[in-house]
Design a protein around this ligand. Structure first.
Ligand code: PLP
Length: 450
């Protein structure tokens, strides 16, 4: 079923109206780009769709292909676009800064960098106020792990099975999914049992999983650790919310072992979970280091590590430096992102639209046996597909078919999880209730057509 049929057939779901016409596209065709991509870019790169999409324009929660065809973006560039594609205020801030000073390093003063650091620190609790800027989430986590090791003098780091923290040496070591591990030397990293409420052996009993981590420290280390790193909601791992009670118990245990608690907020930060600005707040903990990227810049390359003055000393004493971290163009963009989240009440919107969407997705379970689980918070939702609810066998092929049909009808959705069978719904936070209805109606129709 294609969009053309949607226009003719009134019984099919209709995309909400949106008042924007992208400028005409005069660039190369999708086929020409694909040929170049196969030769000059990593040929192993995975395409979501049989016919890869050529996206040329974006406006708020919508994307446009080379023919001006509109798509509802329910993936948000992997949970990255928070204010909306090309949000005018963010664009203006970036353009103005670019015209004035495109690059300077942290070796000099610049107001955009200092203002953004101050604004970020004001969003964090406790003593978390010293900011180190990076270019990505991977780099932020590398830095955080290094700080924990330098600060404690220990090497042992604990992360969660099914967690994802990046793809450089240290972060690939702490990531615990075989498909993301290459030839990595993983010295000192221990992977604890995942407090996975859907497939985990202890269900939703966070304290039982915490006991496993306690054993891990007792038997697997000297009794002293450098730190613990986890996402509040695992994103790449398939939108898994850690079992309640787990994080407070584990933070306590890690601190008793002399370790630093690191919250990886690369996906769950910047109002995405709706109930809170940061994912960790939903678990009632205060980390020692918070890492962030993705939503921080609405799509521009930016990441950050925020920590306490005490922990920050390990780097300030060594004059830590990177060329692009704290680039004024990126931080000017980041400042605008914080302003827009506040002004447009995007956290409240993520909460209300996200709750509505989750309810609607959950009710689809009555109709479609293939939906094994619906989970997540705010606009960070997961829909896990299984061929059998009892055995929870991952519906790996079926999800691709549903995804393809949804694209044909104008909805782009993400997918992930260890088995690749979980829809990831992480749209821009300006997503509306009408968008949510359209998404669910298209998913419903696509599942019926399977
Ligand atoms: N941490 C989490 C939770 C992520 O989801 C990701 C990326 O998906 C990363 C870290 C790595 O970030 P980046 O891809 O910007 O290096």
């Amino acid at each position: 079923t294609s969009l053309h049929q949607q226009e003719d057939d009134t019984s099919l779901p209709k995309m909400p109206p949106f008042d924007y016409t992208p400028p005409p596209y005069t660039g190369p065709s999708a086929h020409e780009i694909l040929l170049k991509r196969q030769t000059y870019l990593n040929p192993a790169i995975f395409h979501f769709y049989k016919k890869p999409l050529n996206l040329v324009d974006g406006k708020m929660q919508y994307l446009y292909d080379e023919n001006g065809r509109r798509y509802l973006d329910a993936f948000g560039g992997i949970a990255t676009v928070c204010c909306g594609h090309c949000h005018p205020e963010v664009v203006e801030s970036i353009v103005n800064q670019t015209k004035r000073l495109q690059h300077s390093t942290v070796l000099y003063l610049n107001h955009a960098v200092a203002d953004f650091a101050e604004a970020l620190a004001s969003k964090l609790p406790g003593d978390l106020k010293v900011v180190f800027f990076t270019n990505s989430g991977t780099e932020a986590n590398e830095l955080a792990l290094m700080m924990a090791r330098l600060y404690t003098g220990c090497q042992d780091v604990i992360s969660l099975r099914n967690g994802y923290h990046g793809n450089a040496a240290g972060t690939m070591g702490s990531t615990a999914q075989s498909s993301y591990k290459f030839n990595v030397v993983q010295t000192g990293v221990h992977h604890a049992l995942n407090p996975d409420q859907y497939r985990g052996v202890f269900g939703s009993d966070g304290l039982k999983y915490a006991r496993d981590l306690d054993d891990l420290i007792t038997y697997g280390t000297s009794g002293r650790v450098a730190g613990f790193i986890a996402e509040a909601i695992q994103g790449v791992g398939g939108i898994l919310e850690l079992a309640p009670g787990y994080l407070p118990a584990v933070y306590d245990r890690v601190r008793k072992a002399g370790g630093i608690c690191i919250a990886d907020e690369v996906q769950s930060g910047f109002a995405r979970t709706g109930s809170h600005f940061w994912g960790f707040e939903g678990h009632g903990v205060v980390p020692d280091i918070v890492t962030m990227a993705k939503g921080i810049g609405n799509g521009i390359p930016l990441g950050a590590v925020v920590t306490t003055p005490e922990i920050a000393k390990v780097l300030t004493n060594r004059s830590y430096f990177n060329t692009f971290g704290g680039n004024p163009v990126c931080t000017a963009g980041g400042l605008a992102v914080l302003r827009v989240i506040e002004k447009e009440k995007l956290q409240q919107n993520a909460f209300s639209v996200g709750s509505y969407l989750k309810n609607r997705l959950t009710s689809l379970m009555e109709k479609h046996e293939i939906i094994g689980d619906v989970r997540g918070r705010g606009l960070m939702l997961g829909v896990e597909l299984v061929t059998d609810r009892q055995s929870k066998t991952p519906a790996k092929v079926e999800i691709l078919r549903v995804m393809e049909q949804m694209k044909e009808m104008g909805v782009l959705i993400g997918k992930g999880g260890f088995y690749g069978n979980v829809f990831r719904v992480t749209p821009p936070l300006c997503f509306t209730k009408e968008d949510a209805d359209f998404l669910v109606d298209v998913m419903d129709y696509s599942m019926s057509k399977m």
